[in-house]
Design a protein around this ligand. Sequence first.
Ligand code: 0A1
Ligand code: ZN
Length: 866
Amino acid sequence: MSVQIKRRADYKPPAFLITTVDLHVTLHPTDTRVISTLKVTRQGSHNQPLVLDGDNLPVHKLLIDNAPLAAKSDDNDGYILTDSSLSIPVDKNEFTLYIETSIAPDNNKALEGLYLSGGAYCTQCEAEGFRRITFFLDRPDVLSVYTVTVVGDEKYPMLLSNGNPVDKGQLSDGKHFVKWHDPHPKPCYLFALVAGDFDLLTDSYTTMSGKEVALELYVDKGKKHQGTFALESLKRAMKWDEDVFGLEYDLDIYMIVAVDFFNMGAMENKGLNVFNSKFVLADQDTATDDDFFNVEAVIAHEYFHNWTGNRVTCRDWFQLSLKEGLTVFRDQQFSADMTSELSNRIKHVRVMREHQFSEDASAMSHPIRPDEVIEMNNFYTVTVYDKGAEVIRMFHTLLGVDGFRQGMDEYFRRHDGQAVTCDDFVSAMQSATSLDLSQFSLWYSQSGTPVISVEQQELENGKVQFTLSQRTPKTSDQHDKQPLYMPINIEIIGQGGELYSDNEGVINDGMVILDKESMSFTVDASGNVLTPAVLGNFSAPAKVDNPLSTESLLTIFKHGKDAFNRWDAMQSIYDRCIRELEQSPEASIDENIWVGIRSAISREIDNVELLGECLVIPSFETLCQLRTSVDVAELSKARTEFCHQFAQQLEAALLDVFNSIESKPYSYEQSAVNQRRCKNVVLAHLALLPQYEHLVTEQFEASDNMTDTLGALRSAQFCRKEVFDSLMAKFEQRYNKDPLVLDKWFALHATQPTKDIFATITMLCEHPQFTMSNPNRVRSVIGSFAFYNSEMFHALDGSGYKFVADYLLKLDKLNPQVAARIVTPLTQWQGFASQHQRLMKEQLGRLLNHKGLSKDVFEKVSKSLA
Ligand code: 0A1
Ligand code: ZN
């Protein structure tokens, strides 16, 4: 397969600009007509032709300044059309180009460009979908002012596009039209068009300068009541961005449309966000607390893009983290302010440890600003997004709240209305600090997860020397690594909880800077045992190798100032116990550990937030990241055994926690969320003990909300099979008309580690609500299996790997983007034992040899086999 690799180093400014775009779109399922009129200006003096992107589009008519141009022929110098471009010979410096083309949205199952989603037309143009709609310079550094006329049948009463509506009317053929104008120049990836018949929720928001903005939320008919939370979230996000960053909305109207078929979470099209309905619709009967949280976070994320992404956009796609890392950081700060700092931090650190660390360890390893790309859609990754946000967080830590704000103000002052690079962002931040950020910027170009090692050495005179060193293991994309500039939160704790400072003064406000391979400092211990708690709050995206005794970990849990450190210490204790069981399955855990945990529970019984998080045993995926050559069955067995011992040993304490949390009528409010979370975590432990099965069924029956219903259902996995089956059947009966809710049921089935899992998955795929063309359904069945059913996916007869590969071959023909996401677990063979690796590579080989593989899947599979 011949594919083209694009390189960051090859960036060239565009040879032409397009200042205005006039689009006229007449909708039809198989013959949508798109007429575009572009004002084009040559950049600099050159005589190159104008080469537009166009993905398998026909040219029906082409005029330059009203003069027709035909296709090139032997005796005529016309345009040249290929399946990906249109080259137009032209020697004018400024001209108007008119092109008529057509597309078939009904046949578009890849969900890029213009497609029909459950009866409505919608678009997805990021990253390179606009070229599936019309011919254009489909790159983010070409900014144009758009005027769009949408023409459609009466059965689509709502015709939407970016900006403000400026005209509308009836047409003679029974059709109608609406004309939109967006005064803000934008790259084409922010273009959007929607046509359909929706229920509409309206509201308004008055900005800090007193401008009234109309807010409109479009949802499927009958779902209006599920949209109110999203609309309230939007207003909170608008207010927060004004309060924290001084950023105000800039159009008269802000629209959000929820659609059922969407490849990602949502899209920040200027003034017209398109959302996966999963991140809009929420009420207490159908959405869990996590769903509510995600709705608010995604609504905020897309809204925040209006400044970080739209007003200031990316020069090229290699700079994606410029908008994504920054916007994720902003939405994380917002969520922390709306909910709780601690649970947010833990949530995001779990994502880093489970998913980003594994990406770094795989053949897809890349810096937050990648250097090479085959298919851009493959780079909407946890590295670009989440590690990108961690890098922004470090700026925030180093510059402080005020310094960071000053840097942001300067960024907007310099770059509003421009398409810029990550270096431009760093330079704006540099203007707000006396720190030299040059070494820090290595975070943009160096991939991989640094490991911080902590050593302790006793010196004479009761001093202890601490040495912190860093090492970034080589990654598949880069062999040589340099020391990074890392802010490291550190607490040196004595046995009685007293905090120590260092003699050299390198610890300032609980933070040291590690910018070399290693650094040391000394502490006067005067005979005390000291415990260093390192990388508090996950102050840099790194792993820590800190060989602490169990007593020291319990000391951190008991006395650590930083709640995050306390949670983290508990995670390390669990990890340590599971390791013991891996080594000798018959081992029983040191009684002191149970004593320590029991007393921790009774001390923290009122602190349900911390307790709830601390009682979560690290996931299988997180444990994998702390190990090499994982034998899946062995690790799963050890983890399961630990969970059983945990429930048995802590039975009384767990029951106390369970009983201390009273069930109240549902409200989505932080203290209630914390209580439900803690109670459900505890229920899942108790469910391992047969005598508490009734707690699970009782909660299921009594629940007035989806959080507790699903909490009971998840716990029921650990009860007798009949109990689980009967609750699952009731759930299915109750929600079988609501596919978004059913996704939870699909996922729970698909993650059962049972021998007949393939029969189950086949049955799920035949369910009336399942369709391969809907990414949410595919993710909840096949994605859940591949990512989270580790025991069966990694079964040593290779059946799990083969099943996924077979499915992907079918899915790839329909939706390459989603197929390329789901192939991820198969490509991450590096951490597993050789018998797994061999079988995984066998299936990757099958995929690679398949004729007609998409470039999305090809890129990931070929890299992982290289
Ligand atoms: N920019 C969106 C995410 C997004 C990216 C690509 C898409 O299709 C290929 C769709 C959405 C965001 O960050 O929310
Ligand atoms: Zn984003």
